[in-house]
Design a protein around this ligand. Structure first.
Ligand code: FAD
Length: 354
């Protein structure tokens, strides 16, 4: 039997970011992952830190703003502690609208968006958004190295099966790598969070497919996004094109015809991308919740907590989530309003039965 103050299920961006905050507070922490840490949704993400998108739920915007404002310090600390350069960028986003009332900011004149992004198709309506981007694969490497350097024990191939109350009133966490005794358990198992017995979480997988291309002849300067598709330039010269939003269970198959459609949709925004060579395509499973909002707070058993359901925004929301969960676990009230995200909002909801 292993013993520590906090056991976290799931070594994605959420579980690892929380582990860092808890180590800072002096707790002993074990982060257990059923596979390789960081290899699921967190490595599949594009890395846009989206705050003002017409599709962002108004209830999420305050948390999104807080988390985006925490990002420069979050990245600076991770870079210092891990020695890994993460690549936080401030290129900004050109949001392209099709409908009349669809722009989240004042429209740019055609002359302005032509100057900003000469490769854009002949579109009538676009606006500029001050948004940051990050490379999630580098971010996850840095967060993993930082958690370890700060003394968190991170174990791979350790699937958490069940959490129950022990006679000592501590929690017993049964895993495929042995039994853990702990006062506190946090379910950060992403799309799989509902599979851990004893800690009820209404989460489900939402598949996202995307691709990367190497453009020839045109360097995209900004993120370009519409309701249907986005293009995100990386410093390496790659352009990421994403992403589908599919209810496909735990299927992570990459479908060539779907990837081709995404590529075509991207070239309707930036025509030269149509000729760009595809170098990689992949799929990931976002953690979805019944109302599309994160699920943050106390779990169904005393001493258990839940931090999942970050859906399309888990990279963005990691620093704020870590701060919130660390405060709650230390018995303090969160400085950030988490009322819209409490797990108890689903009480009586049939989704809880799963
Ligand atoms: C295609 C795509 C594009 C995206 N783009 C963006 C974006 O631009 N910006 C943004 O902010 N977000 C984006 N996201 C969303 C973001 O990736 C997720 O919200 C975020 O990664 C969720 O992090 P997580 O740690 O909860 O989940 P994950 O990274 O999936 O981590 C969960 C971990 O739990 C482990 N696990 C599961 N079950 C168990 C168990 N029983 N025991 C132990 N471990 C377990 C898994 O192996 C996994 O490593 C995107 C997602 C996808 C798929």
């Amino acid at each position: 039997m292993y013993t520590c103050d906090v056991v976290i299920a799931g070594a994605g961006i959420i579980g690892l970011s929380i582990a860092i905050e808890l180590r800072r507070a002096g707790a002993t922490v074990a982060v257990l992952d059923r596979g390789e840490p960081g290899r699921e949704a967190s490595s599949a993400a594009a890395g846009m830190l989206v705050v003002d998108d017409p599709e962002t739920d108004p209830k999420l915007k305050p948390l999104a703003r807080i988390s985006a404002s925490m990002y420069p310090a979050f990245v600076e600390e991770l870079e210092l502690r891990s020695g890994i350069k993460i690549g936080l960028e401030n290129r900004g986003t050109l949001y392209v609208a099709h409908g009349a009332n669809d722009l989240p900011a004042d429209p740019l004149s055609t002359a302005d968006f032509r100057t900003l992004e000469p490769g854009l198709a002949d579109l009538s309506r676009a606006c500029f958004l001050e948004e940051q981007t990050v490379d999630p694969r580098l971010l996850v490497q840095a967060v993993l190295a930082t958690a370890k350097n700060m003394g968190a024990a991170v174990h791979h191939e350790a699937l958490v099966e069940r959490v129950s109350m022990a006679r000592t009133r501590d929690l017993e966490v049964r895993t495929t790598a042995g039994l853990y005794s702990t006062a506190t358990f946090v379910n950060c198992a992403g799309a799989w969070a509902s599979e851990i017995m004893g800690v009820v979480v209404p989460s489900r997988p939402v598949k996202g497919q995307m691709l990367a291309v190497i453009p020839s002849g045109y360097d995209l300067r900004h993120v370009v996004r519409s309701r249907e598709v986005y293009l995100l330039p990386r410093r390496s010269g790659r352009i990421l094109i994403g992403a589908t939003v599919e209810e496909a269970g735990f299927d992570k198959t990459v479908q060539p015809e779907v990837i081709q459609k995404l590529h075509q949709a991207a070239s309707s925004l930036v025509p030269s991308i149509g000729k760009a060579k595809m170098i990689e395509a992949w799929a990931g499973l976002r953690p979805g919740s019944p109302d599309g909002l994160p699920v943050l707070g106390a779990g169904s058993l005393p001493g258990t907590y839940v931090a999942t359901g970050h859906f399309r925004n888990g990279i963005l929301l990691a620093p704020a989530t870590a701060a919130i969960m660390s405060e709650l676990i230390q018995g303090r009230q969160s400085q950030i309003d988490i009322l819209p995200f409490l797990p108890s909002r689903f009480s009586g909801n049939r989704a809880l039965a799963g």
